[in-house]
Each structure stands twice: as C-alpha cells, then as structure tokens.
Write a new protein. Structure first.
Length: 86
C-alpha cells in the first residue's frame, strides 16, 4: 500500500490543469498555430496541401494511405507510396 502513495502521477493532459492554466495552455497552442501560419510566408503548408489538393488526395486513396502532411512532404520530394501511385 505504501508504494501506491509514493507513486508519481504522469501527465494527464491539460484537462487536469486548473481553469487558468488550461486557458494559458490553449492560448499557447493557438499562438503556436498562428506562428506556423505566419512562417509559411504565403505558401501553403503541407497540411493545407494534403487536405485541399485533389490529385494528391486521389493518389493517396489509390495507394491506400491517408492524405497527411507527412505524405505531402514526401510527395514534394518525389518519394513515398502516394507519389508512386500518382
């Protein structure tokens, strides 16, 4: 029983935080997304490309893989299953 008392609890996500800390965590995540959008400098990100380009989505469907930002990155480098099945 003493071991249970000494056991450290792991991170349970921001839902376990207080209301103020939860708001701060959500603002931090939103600021991170805003910075990523700003750093794209007007160019579409891989995530945007993966969700909007019909040819890429069709190639991913043909290959049997999900259209993700990682696959879009491989697509631009002419690698991966989606590029082979274009």
């Amino acid at each position: 029983m003493e071991l249970d008392k000494k056991k450290k609890t792991g991170y349970t996500g921001y839902k376990a935080l207080s209301v103020e800390r939860e708001k701060a965590e959500r603002q931090r995540i939103q600021a991170k997304k805003d910075r990523a959008t700003k750093n794209a400098d007007g160019h579409p990100t891989f995530a945007y490309f993966a969700s909007h380009d019909e040819g890429f989505i069709a190639a991913c469907g043909k290959a049997g893989i999900p259209a993700t930002a990682r696959q879009a990155s491989k697509w631009f480098r002419q690698r991966g299953m989606a590029y082979k099945n274009r």
